[in-house]
Design a protein around this ligand. Sequence first.
Ligand SMILES: O=P(O)(O)OC[C@H]1O[C@H](O[C@H]2O[C@H](CO)[C@@H](O)[C@H](O)[C@H]2O)[C@H](O)[C@@H](O)[C@@H]1O
Ligand SMILES: O=c1ccn([C@@H]2O[C@H](COP(=O)(O)OP(=O)(O)O)[C@@H](O)[C@H]2O)c(=O)[nH]1
Length: 474
Amino acid sequence: MEFDPMSRLIVISNRVSAPKGQSGAQGGLAVAFQAALREYRGIWFGWSGEPTDEFTGQINFQRSEGVTTATVDLEAQDIDEYYNGYANRTLWPLFHYRIDLAEFERGFEDGYQRVNERFADTVRPLIEQDDVVWVQDYHMIPLGHELRKRGCNNRMGFFLHIPWPPRRLLSSLPHAAELVTTLLAYDVIGFHTDEWLEAFRDYVTLDLGATMSEDGTIHLGDRSVKAIACPIGIDTKEFVEAATSTSARLTYRRMRDSADGRDLIVGVDRLDYSKGLEERFLGYERFLVDHPEQRKEVFLLQIAPPSRGEVGSYQRIRATLDALSGRINGAYADIDWVPIRYVNQGFPRHVLAGIYRAARIGLVTPLRDGMNLVAKEYVAAQDPEDPGVLILSRFAGAAEQMKDAVLVNPYSAEEMSDAIVQALAMPKDERIRRWRALMDGIEEKDVLWWRRRFTQELMGDDDSLAVAEQDKGA
Ligand SMILES: O=P(O)(O)OC[C@H]1O[C@H](O[C@H]2O[C@H](CO)[C@@H](O)[C@H](O)[C@H]2O)[C@H](O)[C@@H](O)[C@@H]1O
Ligand SMILES: O=c1ccn([C@@H]2O[C@H](COP(=O)(O)OP(=O)(O)O)[C@@H](O)[C@H]2O)c(=O)[nH]1
């Protein structure tokens, strides 16, 4: 298929930029697209994060840092049923293997469908003949199908940023087959890992009766869809620069001064049950119990900005962590030392960069995670001469690429404790060797690699995308 060299990239996602007052808590998707979209002409469309009394479909265009965003406000009922409901009470827990937390309500399903139709009605007039459309994540699975119904024949891709669950688990979702079938309206479907890709192939071949050709193309009825694994990266170059900026240096110094010679272990996660924070605190407690001689030699800084606070399971995990951090600090603290600094606040990434660099250990232990960009940022921020050690959950998508981290089972407090001991004792040459291997990976497959890899699959030729105005002639 031939493409106009001036094709624009239309990215559609629920989250376009951080809601007011929540800077730092927007998660990896928004962060990744700020980096990836700066390079090309196009529009980034989605929800503003704001409520409105009545949905009008009025679009608010903004241009900031080289990216044009187009956002709409949603009614309170839409937000409740679509975002807090189907997206975050039904799909998110189920896709993160937490069927015990998944809520199945018809009202959520209806609201999800309604909002996807509203998005389709609103964005359709913005899409020109030669544009390429790229829809993001579990909030918008049926959007492509809705756009096709509205006569959109453009090339369309979909990327899932969270895990794809095993077939038997997905089967517990009412109308799973109908939902997954809508995905076949896209031309290319992307996942972060081979594991999620395999699980998707299992579902469409075994439950939907699709067939697969040798190159991995999936066929069902008159649809042929390419499904690929395409791991997202960070803006590595920018992050390395951020880690050595004046601001990061100041944060680094502040952290080192406050550490008072102790080793800093850092965790940075949205406050989400999928991030394994409760298990992390228990694993750290096990380390304190089993190694009393090391107690005052280290401390854990856990940064956990609140997320999705209107959803009950998020309120409960917050209360659990408040109690658990309080109990551990009460039990082990001394007059001059506190084992856990637990901070429910988001920080800008240039501050995080300084904190990562000051930390001897990056503790990234989700129970299940689509990718996890914090793991990659921690590595990018390290001092090449004296890098820290990444402890990474086997169940983060990032683990498929980051084999030189110290990999752990996050459910095992003993493994977590052993990993902390191993990381603290790790000789410098081994730290450097592991860091170099991890860094090579995140330099090679950064966020621009990810965007190019996906759009190449979608368009055959990434060069046909129109370059952003500010980049022309550069
Ligand atoms: O928009 P929110 O409800 O505040 O949630 C933030 C984002 O969380 C999820 O992020 C995922 O995408 C990351 C980048 O690919 C990936 O590294 C991480 O493992 C995922 O959890 C969610 O999928 C996004 O849509 C949200 O914007
Ligand atoms: O206080 C914070 C906490 C997190 N983040 C950023 O949020 C993203 C989190 O992405 P990740 O893929 O790790 O997880 P997600 O939250 O998307 O599930 C990373 O880029 C972090 O640097 C941030 O800017 N400030």
